[in-house]
Design a protein around this ligand. Structure first.
Ligand code: BGC
Length: 809
């Protein structure tokens, strides 16, 4: 097929000759295999796992049936079915389940779904004593399963760990839709926060542990939850996180639990003893107007491994995960070459079953004047499947300058990345805690590795944490007015879709029409982009910097749509858990494992395979742009969308995102890393201010995006709804032109998030190229007439969109 044939003609054709790939058996199998790469074995005493062939087990918890494949909102996917843990076990036929218990849950869950209950959002039923007793007569081995659901537009509650408003609703004057209903439902199910057991789960667990000494805990979750009941209870012999594993997550989990596959995932986040132990918890729900990122760069393990007294708050550390086999990790050599540190690390399977190991390399920078986390991830790699006795040499490298810190206050040199003098120690191992020192490098004088300039500086963040746990004051810039517009405050118009625009009839041979240059001529080199742009009217430019009506099965709208100039409509679809087509369209796609699980694989190959396969589905469905990957930082366990994001660590998130982008774009489909940046809370997400220091912004919240831009050249990128230091991300020129383009060299286009409340002419100036899903044409025309924006700015932004379109196949 020639370029854009699918986009223009929307043929109902399989991507590959003779077979459809969307939700095909092949993709479903791949989804299951990728899921298995991220499952984490937390504990395995007496080698209780894998379950022996024909083992008799009693499974407690409605999550045996009530499987959560992923979170809600744009990270959801319409699927033909999902396979829960029960069905997974049954399909394998390796174990003997206590069926009366399963029958009880099947009936209960079916009834609750019938009443409108959704996966993960139904109460744990009370189990008749008699069933518990009979289960114990059947076997001495219990599986205890819980599931959790969260979603876009609402956050998880903090229980009594919150400073003020408990799990504040996202309902605000600007938000017509919000998740407050879901939040209320959740509050009823989990009065203490779903981080912990619900009262019903706790009761069940107590009943089970009264009867069973061999309990295997299984967690069908999308993010951080309490694991102390696993770690500290002698009766819980094993703990296993199956995450939210997509369409076949139940089967993938059963394969791991029965030993058909080795669980080889590692934790992409620190699991603390309690919710209150995360420094971000107390202030998370303090206000719906803002969040103060007071912990600064000490996010996740950077806090727990550094700040005095925090280490003992860790239940399971970052990077941790067991296997059914054992590995010897030995660093053969480390050397410096071309500004990089290169490590050759041999991994040998010393156990008796096949498995994979993820090796992680950390560095420890000198405390110096700026203060540093005790350890920071520099790189990671996973082996292939190693048979017992087999070994593999992994090469992991990173730039020495990656270890520099950003000096935002001028303690050494203002607005510069600095490698402070002192000793840098390199560690290798298989968790942030289980590492050995393998190399040191001494820097004699402070080195400025990059001189930048102050951007997006705080206006209201008064203080930030230092490495010793104390706080320092921050200088404040004068506040911005995010509501200012020359035309009066923008009213939110969510839900209004772009007009279907009439195209005037064509008079064959019309000399006027012949004057129109066609976009494809830029592709074939007949005309330049400048020539194409100058041929467009102001109205054309204004139209193209706004979203366009849906075409084909797209239901998150299109970009393009200038038929007289040969610009087709390019359809978008969400990500990141698959191609999200709403149920009413009637097309099912493959649900992939959630992003946190992808990160848990510690294998960029998983992200790349997922990206490529998702893009195959987009392409087959004649869509052009995937609104993924999503890589906001897991700043707090409470963010309702963490399941859509990778990790608390920006390097892990960035490398995974880059791999995903490479996979997507290898198919001629655009990837859209999102949400740029600091979208770490859903409550009042359209106008919550993320207040953050320049240093934390650059080292933590922007770092993943920087890695993606520099390593994977994404064609599209989505700005976030929230404000950053008082400015809307989509209106922030320093962010979009300054950091993204001038500093990092981003060559793609930028879209807003959908139906934000920003003023479009300010976005045009800021370099936010398209407003989705609908532009404000009248306001832009006025702004152009009034001289608030220029035609050059419109041409610049439209030009970037056309360049994006030209890259699409
Ligand atoms: C979400 C985005 C998503 C968009 C389109 C927004 O509400 O924040 O992640 O891509 O909707 O569905």
């Amino acid at each position: 097929m020639s370029k854009w044939s699918r986009i223009i003609y929307q043929p109902n054709l399989p991507l590959y000759e003779g077979k459809r790939i969307t939700a095909s058996a092949e993709h479903i199998e791949l989804s299951k295999d990728l899921a298995a790469q991220g499952m984490v074995l937390l504990k395995n005493e007496d080698k209780i796992l894998p379950l022996k062939k024909n083992a008799k087990i009693a499974v407690f918890g409605k999550a045996l049936i009530d499987y959560v494949k992923g979170g809600g909102g744009s990270g959801d996917v319409t699927v033909a079915y999902t396979r829960n843990l029960y069905e997974g076990f049954k399909k394998l036929g390796d174990t003997e389940l206590f069926e009366p218990l399963a029958d009880f849950y099947k009936a209960d869950v079916a009834a609750k779904y019938k009443e409108g209950g959704q996966p993960g959002m139904i109460p744990e039923p009370e189990l008749p004593e008699e069933l518990l007793d009979r289960a114990r007569e059947f076997t001495d081995t219990a599986l205890f399963v819980i599931s959790r659901f969260s979603g876009e537009d609402w956050d998880r509650a903090a229980g009594n760990a919150s400073k003020k408003t408990e799990g504040a609703s996202s309902r605000s004057e600007e938000a017509p839709t919000d998740g407050s209903e879901k939040k209320d439902e959740k509050q009823e199910l989990f009065p203490r926060s779903d981080y912990f057991f619900s009262p019903a789960e706790e009761k069940l667990f107590n009943e089970v542990s009264k009867r069973f000494d061999k309990i295997i805990a299984v967690l069908n979750v999308g993010g951080m939850v309490d694991l102390t009941w696993i770690k500290n209870n002698n009766k819980v012999k094993a703990g296993f996180i199956m995450w939210q594993g997509g369409i076949e997550g139940g089967l993938a989990a059963a394969e791991c639990l029965t030993g058909r596959k080795d669980p080889c995932g590692k934790l992409p986040d620190t699991f603390a003893n309690s919710l209150a132990d995360y420094p971000s918890t107390a202030g998370f729900h303090e206000s719906k107007e803002y969040v103060d990122y007071n912990e600064d760069i000490y996010v996740g393990y950077r806090y727990f491994e550094t700040v005095p007294g925090a280490a003992e708050k860790v239940c399971y550390p970052f990077g941790y995960g067991l296997s059914y086999t054992t590995f010897l990790i030995s660093t053969e050599n480390v050397y410096e070459k071309d500004g990089e540190i290169v490590l050759n690390i041999r991994v040998t399977n010393t156990g008796d079953v096949a498995g994979k190991e993820s090796v992680q390399v950390y560095y420890s920078a000198p405390q110096g004047v700026l203060g540093k986390p005790a350890k920071e991830l520099a790189g990671f790699k996973k082996t292939s499947l190693l048979e017992p006795g087999e070994n593999e040499l992994l090469m992991i490298s990173f730039r020495i300058t990656d270890m520099a810190s950003y000096d935002d206050l001028g303690k050494i040199q203002r607005s510069a990345y600095v490698l402070e003098k002192g000793v840098y120690t390199i560690f290798a191992g298989n968790s942030v805690r289980n590492v050995e020192e393998v190399y040191t490098i001494g820097i004699e004088e402070n080195i400025i590795t990059e001189q930048l300039s102050a951007k997006v500086a705080p206006t209201s963040l008064k203080a930030r944490m230092l490495a010793d746990g104390s706080y320092e004051d921050l200088p404040q810039l004068p506040p911005h007015d995010p509501y200012y517009s020359a035309y009066g405050r923008m009213e939110r118009y969510g839900g209004i879709t772009p007009d279907l625009k009439g195209v005037p009839g064509i008079k064959f041979g019309d000399p006027e029409l012949a004057k129109n240059r066609q976009l494809i001529d830029v592709y074939s080199g007949k005309i330049t982009m400048e020539e194409f742009l100058t041929n467009l009217s102001d109205d054309d430019l204004i139209s193209v910097v706004g979203g366009q009506p849906n075409v084909g099965i797209s239901n998150t709208w299109c970009i393009g749509n200038l038929p007289m100039h040969g610009v087709p409509s390019f359809g978008t679809a969400d990500g990141p858990a698959g191609v999200r087509i709403q149920p009413h369209v009637g097309v099912c796609t493959t649900a992939w494992p959630c992003a946190t699980m992808v990160a848990a694989s510690f294998d960029t190959g998983v992200a790349e395979a997922l990206g490529r396969a998702a893009a195959e589905e987009l392409k087959e469905l004649n869509l052009a742009i995937w609104l993924a990957p999503a890589l906001n930082i897991h700043r707090s366990p409470l963010c309702g969308r963490n399941f859509e994001y990778y990790s608390e660590d920006p390097v892990l998130a960035g490398k995974m995102g880059a791999a995903d982008v490479r996979g997507v774009q290898s198919m001629g489909v655009a990837a859209t890393p999102k949400h740029f940046a600091c979208n770490n809370k859903e409550t009042n997400r359209y106008s919550s201010d993320s207040r953050v220091s320049e240093r934390a912004l650059r080292e933590i919240y922007l770092k993943g995006f920087e890695i993606i831009v520099k390593e994977a050249d994404p064609w599209f990128l989505m700005s976030s709804y929230n404000f950053i230091n008082g400015q809307r991300a989509s209106e922030c020129e320093e962010l979009l032109e300054g950091i993204l383009r001038d500093e990092w060299g981003y060559r793609g286009a930028v879209t807003t998030d959908w139906w934000n409340t920003a003023e479009q002419y300010k976005e045009v100036i800021a370099g936010n190229d398209v407003k989705m899903p609908n532009g404000y044409d009248d306001r832009l025309k006025k702004a152009l007439a009034d001289g608030l924006i220029t035609r050059e700015q419109l041409e610049r932004n439209a030009g970037r969109l056309f360049e994006l379109m030209l890259k699409i196949d």
